[in-house]
Design a protein around this ligand. Structure first.
Ligand SMILES: O=C(O)c1ccccc1N[C@@H]1O[C@H](COP(=O)(O)O)[C@@H](O)[C@H]1O
Length: 208
């Protein structure tokens, strides 16, 4: 049986990053969106990255950022992967020549992941989150898990309001490649709770 990967997003502190890895996270996410309570700057992300052991992916998240700002993160932090959370076009996403995942705004009534897979064929995966197009995530909100939503043949990452209590149901519904969590493992915005991270990863392991 395959193992469902875990990304813990919105890491702002080295101690939280280490606790995420100890809990069993496969990836950590850095939010490069100035209005987020989880925003980190280049030096903070670099310091956290350098404290990581091997084989932990570091994902840099952007929301309609200027291309020069994305390139500055690539050059200094050297993330493993980019995550585009806004209205970035396929041309914009591919221009950095980096692996990337594209968020599908499932808060839109007509959200169609299969159509997004067709529009972003070079994406390494699609992340289904509860936001509306161009709006921030990290709100702890779920989207409607309709049983009739057609799912594309592309690695899927499920996000939006996940926690240890509901992630098992999300895995049974979507059979995703990975799940992504931020608020559901926090004690305050941007502050991760080691016990909640452990409980989350344990729930993913049980469901997988
Ligand atoms: O976390 C943020 O502050 C954020 C800001 C802007 C865009 C995306 C953001 N977070 C992403 O939203 C998902 C879901 O968060 P939550 O678990 O519902 O709180 C999170 O994993 C990030 O990928």
């Amino acid at each position: 049986m395959k193992r469902v990967r875990v990304k813990i997003c919105g890491i702002t502190r080295e101690a939280d990053a280490r606790a995420a890895v100890t809990a069993g996270a496969d990836a950590i996410g850095f939010v490069f969106y100035a209005d987020s309570p989880r925003h980190v700057d280049l030096d903070e992300a670099l310091a956290i990255s350098r404290s990581m052991p091997p084989f932990v992916a570091r994902v840099a998240l952007f929301l309609d950022a200027a291309a020069a700002d994305v390139q500055a993160v690539i050059d200094r932090v050297r993330p493993s992967m980019l995550q585009f959370h806004g209205r970035e076009t396929p041309e914009y996403c591919r221009a950095f020549d980096m692996p990337y995942i594209k968020t599908v705004p499932m808060g839109e009534a007509d959200a169609d992941p299969a159509a997004w897979a067709g529009a972003y064929p070079e994406a390494h995966g699609l992340l289904l989150d509860a936001n509306r197009a161009g709006a921030a995530g990290g709100q702890g909100q779920r989207f409607e898990w309709h049983n009739d939503t057609a799912l594309p043949d592309m690695p899927l990452v499920i996000a939006g309001g996940l926690d240890a209590d509901n992630v098992g149901a999300a895995i049974r519904r979507f059979a995703p490649y990975a799940v992504d969590v931020s608020s559901g493992v926090e004690s305050a915005p941007g502050v991760k709770d080691p016990e909640r991270m452990h409980a989350f990863v344990d729930a993913v392991t049980r469901a997988g």
